[in-house]
Write a protein that binds this ligand. Structure first.
Ligand code: GDP
Ligand code: IMO
Ligand code: MG
Length: 426
């Protein structure tokens, strides 16, 4: 079985939790995009693990692979691997030789680019993600494989510095000694992480040929995709299913199933249009503890948005849906779901691309009664879907009808065990 799992909203849908849950059925879990802008939470019997770079399947699969589509902060990677090895000594970790490296200079550039954007700032995670992808596409980027050669690192650092000199004015990177120190640091990190480096496209292909089950894990969410998200308020990589191929070197033609994860409501970190946003009421944010895993920033919160979900389901060609945080949403007396987008009173049948369209956009809602807190937890977990509260089932069935896909996984709490499936995966 070859599957892809990804987020269908603005990130933080609970992909980490669902990836961990289903990864018991997979030998390898491969991350194909993003970097430590991602924050993925996995909770196992009350113990919390936060992954930023390492795939969230790490606690159950045999091997985790960080693909060439990723941008890797070596310092973060080393500390994450150290933590992981404490809980799971036998895990195999492989990192693509072609993955790009985030340096401290990229993080500085991230902040400075935001300052230049002024009012159009994105509210990035300041993890250096955008500038590292910029260098990748400018063909000046530092790849993992380069960390074995000090001269190559130094030449690339100088080229990047020269290209971005204006932006780096007044920063410590103007000093040649600082840049030299950065080269030394990167080389030292290379000594620590190059043992994980491999030509991972070969490993994935060989494992596929041996009949192994492989899960490809996307970071962020459809609405943060550089092409299909709400540009420019997006991340700098493709987050959609198609990116699994370019970000790993494994063909999309072999994919059996695309699993789309969405939250029972919507949350967003950073600036930009948010059609279903709830303004001036923090009830749902507080109930759902909606604060960033990476940045700690309060997340913006809104209702479930079906036009948005239909769009990301389409562009990802999702087969199977997983919903999270229904336990949180159900605590509200009345729940709203956005069913339509209108502009000048007319329903629109496309997802807008013009920022001005979002200003004119109005949404229509349908209301549902809540289902309260989950009381008969044990009977639900053993009895499955049929045991879910009636109001919750009506809500889920409405979504399935509107989206035209089955919700096969329902998450009722942060812990791995708080999960029910409609059909057995694999
Ligand atoms: P990701 O980026 O998509 O992996 O999501 P994050 O981990 O950044 O954010 C999701 C948050 O919701 C985490 O704190 C999870 O532990 C938590 N979570 C996931 N699923 C559920 C659920 O069904 N119910 C509740 N209450 N919390 C959940
Ligand atoms: P996971 O994988 C939520 C958002 C940032 C910002 C925009 C660009 O945990 O779902 P970047 O640092 O990528 O240049 O920021 O994208 N963003 C995320 N929001 N979850 C994420 O990852 C995100 N990764 C980036 O908040 O608005
Ligand atoms: Mg997250």
């Amino acid at each position: 079985m070859i599957s892809v799992i990804l987020g269908l909203q603005f990130g933080d849908e609970g992909k980490g939790k669902i990836t961990d849950f289903i990864s018991r059925d997979y030998d390898d879990v491969v991350r194909f995009n993003g970097g430590s802008n991602a924050g993925h939470t996995v909770v196992i019997n009350g113990e919390k693990f936060k992954f930023h770079l390492v795939p969230s399947g790490a606690m159950q699969s045999k091997m985790v692979i960080l693909g060439n589509g990723m941008v890797i902060d070596p310092e973060e990677l080393v500390s994450e691997i150290d933590l992981l090895k404490k809980s799971k000594k036998d895990i195999e970790i492989k990192i693509s030789a072609g993955a790009h490296i985030v340096t401290k200079m990229h993080k500085c550039l991230d902040k400075r680019e935001e300052a230049v954007r002024s009012k159009l700032n994105i509210g990035t995670t300041s993890q250096g993600i955008g500038p590292t992808y910029e260098d990748k596409y400018a063909r000046t980027g530092i790849r993992l494989i380069d960390l074995s050669n000090k001269e190559i690192i130094s030449n690339k650092i100088e080229t990047i510095f020269n290209m971005k000199r204006e932006l780096l004015k007044g920063s410590i990177y103007e000093s040649p000694e600082e840049r030299k120190k950065m080269v030394e640091d990167l080389f030292s990190y290379g000594n620590l992480i190059l043992k994980y480096m491999d030509y991972t496209e070969n490993i994935i292909y060989n494992d596929y040929r041996c009949g192994k089950n492989i899960l490809f894990e996307g970071a962020q969410g459809g609405m943060l995709d550089i092409d299909f998200g709400i540009y420019p308020f997006v991340t700098s990589s493709n987050t959609l299913a198609g990116a699994m191929s370019t970000g790993s070197g494994f063909s999309f033609r072999k994919v059996d199933r695309v699993i789309g994860v969405f939250k029972a409501y919507t949350s967003k970190v950073g600036s930009g249009p948010f059609p279903s946003e709830i303004i001036n009421d923090s009830t749902l944010r507080d109930l759902g503890s909606e604060y960033g895993t990476t940045t700690g920033r309060p997340r913006r919160v809104g209702w479930l948005d079906l036009p948005l979900l239909k769009y990301t389901t389409m562009v990802n060609d999702v087969d199977s849906l997983a919903i999270t945080k229904v336990d949180v949403l159900g605590q509200l007396k009345t729940i709203k779901v956005v069913t339509k987008y209108t502009i000048d009173g007319n329903e629109i049948d496309y997802f807008p691309r013009r920022l001005e369209d979002f200003e004119k956009l109005r949404v229509e809602y349908r209301e549902f009664p809540g289902w309260g807190s989950i009381k008969n937890q044990d009977s639900i977990l053993s009895g499955g879907y049929e045991e879910l509260p009636e109001n919750m089932r009506k809500f889920l069935e409405f979504i399935e009808e509107e989206i035209g896909k089955s919700i096969d996984i329902v998450s009722l709490g942060e812990d791995r065990k708080m999960t029910i499936t409609k059909q057995i995966f694999n």
